[in-house]
Design a protein around this ligand. Structure first.
Ligand SMILES: C[S@@+](CC[C@H](N)C(=O)[O-])C[C@H]1O[C@@H](n2cnc3c(N)ncnc32)[C@H](O)[C@@H]1O
Length: 250
């Protein structure tokens, strides 16, 4: 159910509705594989996935890279879904409710820390500093996230509606540098955004889309619908891109 007390946003629709979407980022498990390779994830490596959502990437990484992984997410709903899936798949992965801004792990715990399509929702400086803190020296921190391809003025509105504050790709690199990371690599994957939108609409189907539309109107009224449509327009615009950012802790 969409909760009335939550503000109207696409993010809240995804969090509050059981939309049967397992992967909540552009590029599917292909970009997860690319991120894992760039972060040198492999056998016996200890990985933290921040904002692990339904756990789909964690399952994929354990199966295909043979690593050990812990997923954390602030949403009870997501943690419950991921734990349920772990039982159903018979896979041992720890999913823990935690805040990315204040990770419940000691310094230098993980060989690699990843976060998919989540960092732009967070206080970026604090979250990336936390990622760096819990990573071992010589370990990798890798994210993929929304970025903007213009001066970012349109994205001020995204911050107001979605609380999502992307950076330009260069801006993401600067954020990694500020956290003291080295060997920073950025990869533009903006082509994935339009494909993702198409894929989500197809997966949801017309009936679910109509049900969501009715729920938005019922809970948030026409004003809420306008906001959701506005943020969707910004996501779809040519100014919204997507990128991978990877850095190493010295
Ligand atoms: C767009 S979803 C991405 C989920 C998953 N990484 C994926 O790509 O499928 C963002 C996730 O970040 C989680 N999240 C938001 N704020 C968080 C915070 N402060 N700490 C941890 N997780 C957070 C949300 O609950 C949600 O599951």
């Amino acid at each position: 159910m969409i909760k009335k007390n939550k503000r109207p946003s696409l993010e809240n629709i995804i969090d509050s509705e059981d939309l049967c979407l397992e992967i909540l980022h552009p590029g599917g498990l292909e970009i997860t594989r690319e991120l894992a390779q760039l972060c040198h994830i492999g056998k016996v490596i200890k990985v933290l996935d921040i904002g692990s959502g339904t756990g789909e990437s964690a399952f994929y990484l354990v199966r295909n890279f043979n690593c050990h992984i812990i997923g954390i997410d602030i949403s009870d709903r997501m943690i419950k879904r991921a734990k349920r899936k772990a039982i159903d798949h018979g896979v041992i992965i720890q999913f823990k409710k935690a805040d990315a801004h204040d990770l419940p792990f000691k310094d230098n715990t993980f060989d690699a820390v990843i976060s998919e399509c989540t960092t732009s929702i967070l206080d970026k400086e604090r979250a990336i500093a936390e990622m760096a803190r819990v990573t071992i020296s010589g370990g990798y921190i890798g994210i993929h996230d929304i970025c903007y391809n213009n001066d970012g003025s349109e994205h001020q509105r995204l911050a107001e509606i979605e609380f999502r504050r992307p950076e330009s790709l260069g801006g993401w690199k600067t954020q990694f540098e500020k956290a003291g990371l080295i060997d920073i690599m950025i990869k533009d994957r903006s082509n994935l955004i339009p494909e993702w939108e198409k894929e989500i609409l197809e997966k949801l189907g017309r009936i679910t889309r109509f049900k969501i539309f009715l729920k938005i109107i019922k809970n948030w009224g026409i004003g809420g619908l306008r906001k959701v449509m506005e943020s969707r327009r910004i996501f779809q615009s040519q100014h919204t891109g997507y990128g991978i950012i990877v850095g190493k802790k010295p």
